[in-house]
Design a protein. Structure first.
Lengths: 332, 332
DNA sequence: TTGTACGCGTTATCAA
DNA sequence: TTGATAACGCGTACAA
């Protein structure tokens, strides 16, 4: 049994291949009864169009490439879900290219095939537009998600605003204000500005409120390091203290360390995270919720509009984090 | 400037398209001077064959799909490197499909396009062969890596042997023997038998040596949980103790906890991990080294042989972990 | 050893 | 509203 082709469908439905193609691509001007017949045959034969042939014939291949750093952090899983939801509605398939490290990025860029051949490109977090030739960007509609660059469509999170919201909250609390920051990575190309933005927003609104940041600690993006950093901070902290951790992962280590020291949340210590990871609610962590799925969905929508012919100027969509207060700050 | 086609190359080289195609696919029977001319033009034009057209024409698309659970653990990064090294040598491109969860697996299986259209399929860790129709497996040569199933080529790690080696080592140590195991996942389909195998090997060789396992602890595959589990174990442990952690991640938590308690490695406590993660050497962790890249490379080689026409019975390649002794067991 | 012509599965154009 | 047919870029049989 070979895979059925458009020819098989046409023959079985008693129509020409042109008609089947029109049905497939929702071209109007097909009598409704014929459309139903064709769709019936397609279902019977379990026919699916060959994307390679589509591409060859000058049409779309209905595949999108997604370039992202990694896929196992909560953030990227949610991002992927948002993207795939949107693309699936539009009957596009998604191919994922985890870059992981510089070597893999170069391997990808050197590859003239694969992602190059997709109808469109989504780049997450990293702005790699500079590494692409102009031709490539023109031939292949591109959208940035969780990143910003001039000249291309972008859907981004307002991390600065998130920092501001955190700072405004902290400024209202009595006692001493501390922060734990994510250590920025060394590799230029792979540096995301996310954490700097959160930091600058936080410091700005603290300054605006005339409050001082009494102490800060640095941690790499890792659970064990977070616990250690939390310990160092608490060793020298004065209470009552309010601590802003620029990622839930860091806040988690702080919660553990605080529990080990018998500190009472909401009284001795208020902890505010950033991300609203799935476990944040269960552990009662106050944090900034990010509409990641919505951002990803919008990114996909921007790309899809380009694919259906839109050619206006680049659009930028900004999404805003939302402060969620729970037990770790004594709320609720 | 359009992408150059085989026609452009042929015209510029003053030959027919057939000749260019022959050069491209290493078909013999091309005069060496002509081959050089053609290759020169290909380089000049920066020509790369269109994989979609290749596929349509009945040839290969030179793409391989890789299905794997996640990609950010050390293990899968190494696996990917091994696979890509081999496939790149053979001029194949690799498309990665991180499954992540059941929903995404079903989405993949439902997709009649994409990976379905690749020349071959690599499935890592999970044996999903049961979920594929016979047709699909026949049309698309498949190899399992880090997993085993009947009827398909496999490249796997002998985790049982690794457990045995760990057990033999532990049995030679004076004092009390403990172990920390990885909690197995609940989802049947996504269950890997790796950790059970390590456990059974360990218990078997302990029994063979007439030594008893004094206590054991369970931890999920997570740094924080590991630290907690380590604490619980040490709370009730008798010394000197030898502890086998069935993953380096768990051993890491144990090292931290031991340091916090002032235990002297090699005297009070000997720690043996499993994986030989990059940091294991720096931290002096004795562990079992797995030839992951070699296994992945071999898996790719098995698949490539199928792609070049081999159609013998399924082959199974087994790779053996190797005991590496460092400071955490008082060696070196 | 090489060139020509056909077919792969689809889309798009053109008549009907 | 439809069917026939010319592309699309490439592999390959066949003829030269």
């Amino acid at each position: 049994m070979q895979k059925p082709t458009i020819q098989d469908v046409a023959r079985r439905a008693g129509v020409g291949v042109g008609t089947v193609s029109r049905v497939l691509n929702n071209h109007a001007a097909v009598r409704d009864t014929t459309r139903q017949t064709v769709l019936g045959v397609i279902r019977d034969l379990d026919y699916t169009p060959n994307p390679h042939a589509r591409r060859i014939a000058g049409g779309k291949s209905y595949t999108i490439s997604v370039l992202l750093p990694v896929v196992t952090t909560e953030f990227y899983v949610r991002l992927l879900n948002g993207l795939e939801a949107a693309f699936q509605e539009a009957r596009y398939d998604v191919a994922i290219f985890p870059l992981l490290d510089r070597a893999r990025l170069e391997r990808y860029l050197g590859s003239h095939t694969l992602a190059y051949q997709a109808d469109g490109l989504v780049m997450a977090t990293y702005n790699l537009t500079g590494m692409f030739s102009e031709n490539r960007l023109r031939d292949q509609p591109t959208v940035l998600v969780d990143a910003y660059a001039e000249g291309v469509d972008c859907a981004r999170m307002d991390n600065h605003l998130g920092g501001v919201l955190a700072g405004q909250f902290a400024a209202q609390q009595p006692g001493f204000i501390y922060a734990i920051w994510v250590e920025t990575e060394l590799d230029q190309m792979f540096t995301s500005r996310v954490f700097e933005e959160r930091r600058s927003g936080f410091l700005q609104s603290l300054a605006a409120a005339g409050r001082a940041l009494v102490g800060e600690s640095l941690s790499s993006f890792d659970a064990q390091a977070a616990r250690t950093a939390a310990g160092q901070l608490l060793d020298h902290a004065q209470f009552p203290a309010t601590v802003f951790a620029s990622a839930d992962l860091l806040a988690g280590g702080l919660l553990d360390e605080a529990a080990a020291r018998g500190l009472v949340l909401g009284r001795d210590l208020k902890v505010l995270g950033f991300d609203d990871q799935p476990w944040a609610q269960a552990r009662g962590l106050s944090t900034l919720h990010q509409p990641v799925e919505a951002m990803a969905y919008e990114a996909a929508t921007l790309l899809l509009s380009r694919l259906s012919g839109y050619s206006g100027p680049p659009r930028v969509r900004t999404f805003e984090p939302r402060l969620v207060l729970r037990a770790s700050t004594g709320d609720m």
